[in-house]
Design a protein around this ligand. Structure first.
Ligand SMILES: [Fe+2]
Length: 124
C-alpha cells in the first residue's frame, strides 16, 4: 500500500536476516537473530533438549530501555514453549526439553522491545 513502508518497519511482521551466515549479517541482524542448538539426536517421541540464545553473534543490550522480552520455540508451526525475560536480571537464553511427534524444522522467535520480532529456523 502506498504510504506504508512495512519492509522498513521492524515492528511490521517477522524479521529475518538476509543471510544465515553470521559473517554476512548486519550488526542489527547479528544482535537479534536467535541461535538454535540441539543436544542429542532428534527422534520421534524421545526427549530433545533445545537451547535458544539471542545475541550469540553479537551481544544484545540488556537494560531497562532495550532488552529481549521473550523467546518462543516451534516445531514447524506447532508451538512448543515460551520464556519471558526481565530486563537487566535475565539473559536471553532459553532451554526447552521437548518431545516431538514429527520431525519438522525447529523455529525460534524472539522479541526485542525496540527492534521487533526476529525468526530463525534449524533443520533437524
Ligand atoms: Fe534490540
Amino acid at each position: 500500500m502506498k504510504g506504508l513502508k512495512c519492509e522498513q518497519d521492524l515492528f511490521c511482521g517477522i524479521n529475518r536476516p538476509k543471510s544465515s551466515k553470521p559473517e554476512e549479517m548486519s550488526d542489527l541482524e547479528k544482535k537479534h537473530t536467535p541461535v538454535i542448538e540441539i543436544s542429542g539426536k532428534p527422534e520421534k517421541g524421545e526427549p530433545l533438549e533445545v537451547t535458544v540464545k539471542v545475541g550469540e553473534h553479537l551481544k544484545h543490550p540488556n537494560e531497562h530501555g532495550h532488552f529481549i522480552q521473550w523467546i518462543e520455540l516451534y516445531s514447524g508451526n506447532t508451538f512448543l514453549g515460551r520464556t519471558d525475560f526481565a530486563s537487566e536480571r535475565a539473559n536471553p537464553k532459553a532451554v526447552f526439553t521437548v518431545k516431538l511427534d514429527h520431525i519438522h524444522p525447529l523455529k525460534a522467535l524472539e522479541h526485542c522491545n525496540l527492534h521487533g520480532t526476529w525468526e530463525a529456523t534449524k533443520e533437524i
